[in-house]
Design a protein around this ligand. Structure first.
Ligand code: GAR
Length: 206
């Protein structure tokens, strides 16, 4: 049992939402002291929206086409998040770079999962970048979000081996299994208030 009320999460997705599903399942199993108060997607057809709906979670389509630039889109996102009294923002396959408008509205309260061991292979197609480079190990990183591309303070990482016959798909599948564990662990540390940040270093209390 936690001493704190459930942390109010927003999960932002652009695609299939398998990470979202694991977070939902852990909350429903009582293993994560949190509540998902909304799922937001910049893609109308993101399967993550359907997953949210199935669990009675408000699913919000928030497309960028009607906004003149990234900052005004982010300002509208902040409004949605504030109206839902969100405490922690989870980027679970949300394929947009955030501006200072979002980052400054939620300092050290936006977490992203990236399918590589940062600072190696930031940006798009991280798994293919790892294959092209020929690394023996890659993995996933959960980090706080700043205004750079996958540059924020690192919370947790997991290592995943690269096999000789891996394709982008097989490697992505192996990394995604690691993501499902690592992301929930990181979110749990945050909702249990075990994380503090000193400069670039994330400190985890025992
Ligand atoms: C995950 O592999 C995540 O690391 C990646 O998108 C996938 C989403 O999967 N995110 C990024 O590449 C962000 N730079 P999911 O929709 O099944 O959770």
């Amino acid at each position: 049992m936690s001493d704190y009320p459930p942390c109010r999460l927003a999960v932002l997705v652009s695609g299939s939402g398998t990470n979202l599903q694991v977070i939902i399942d852990k909350i429903e199993a009582g293993e994560l002291n949190a509540e998902i108060v909304c799922v937001i997607s910049n893609k109308r057809d993101a399967y993550g929206l359907e997953r949210a709906g199935r669990h009675g979670i408000p699913a919000i389509v928030h497309e960028n086409c009607s906004f003149p630039d990234r900052r005004s889109y982010d300002a509208a996102t902040v409004e949605i998040l504030r109206s839902h009294k969100v405490e922690l923002v989870i980027l679970a396959g949300f394929m947009r770079i955030l501006t200072d408008v979002m980052v400054n509205a939620f300092p050290h309260a936006i977490m992203n999962i990236h399918p590589a061991l940062l600072p190696a292979f930031p940006g798009l197609h991280a798994q293919q970048q790892a294959l092209d480079y020929g690394v023996r190990f890659t993995g996933c990183t959960v980090h706080f979000v700043d205004c750079g591309t996958d540059t924020g303070p690192i919370i947790l990482q997991s290592v995943v081996p690269v096999e000789q016959d891996d394709t982008e798909e097989s490697l992505s599948d192996r990394i995604r299994s690691a993501e499902h564990q690592t992301f929930v662990q990181a979110i749990k540390l945050s909702v249990d208030r075990k994380i503090s940040v000193a400069g670039r270093t994330v400190l985890i209390s025992p």
